[in-house]
Design a protein around this ligand. Sequence first.
Ligand code: ADP
Length: 280
Amino acid sequence: LHRRVAADVADEELAKLVDTLNRMIGRLQTSFGALRRFTADASHELKTPLTVVRADVGRAMHPGASNEERMQVLEEAMAEVARMSDLVDGLLTLARADEGRFEVYREPIRLEPLARDVFETAVILGEEAGVSVALPLVEDATVMGDATRLRQLFLNLITNAIKYTPRGGHVEITLSLRNNDEVGFAVRDTGVGIAAADLELIFDRFWRADRVRSRKPTDGRGTVDRGGFGLGLSIAQWIAQAHGGSLTAQSRLARGSIFTVLLPVAKADADAPPSPEKPA
Ligand code: ADP
């Protein structure tokens, strides 16, 4: 796929055809490359926890191991298995989304209660992480969508905001109407931020700012292990797009980030069947 058809053809029509062919080969090369990277990344992410689980089981089976030691290693193995399940769930979601066979239910969803609900979870997560969370603005709006998926999308942005904000920082959640036909759910944090050059990469699968995959308890800045696989934002963006909306990010390194979901507001009579009296 790295090869191209020679372009020095005299015939104009043939030259056009050669150009089209070459561009098609180029696109194939890019997508094969992406696929290869994706498989390599997924295998790598699974390999680490599998190695840990194998070692743990070996230690638990050792005849000299005490009950206490056994419990300890089994707990560690359990945590790794949970991580692998999360990864496989994420991969399955994306694979189904790619194939276009993921059902996104469409029913009228009021966003205000949903925003308040995820805010409550955010407060609890924030308390554990020493990050204060506020909900300064909530305007109600109804969208046609899938409540479970929208919740997943909102929570993903919230957990990221808390995860990437050091202790003492602040996270703000807002839900506001924009031009009456769109509603915006925004999560703003005062965290580590994202470098301008990285901003276009954050929605890529497996992309993470700190590419170091060794999961040490601290990362040298005194913050705890941030876990993650780099799939969350890809899934979040897919959910927003599957609802006819978008997910965008603005950020400044060491200053903080804002992630904004825009969703089309449901028409007032979207859930009612069209009445025959109404003119077309
Ligand atoms: P994960 O959080 O599991 O690594 P995501 O897909 O959710 O994966 O995010 C990808 C990367 O984008 C993160 O690893 C992090 O580097 C960056 N990122 C996401 N949200 C934020 C945020 N609120 N502040 C700073 N960086 C962020």
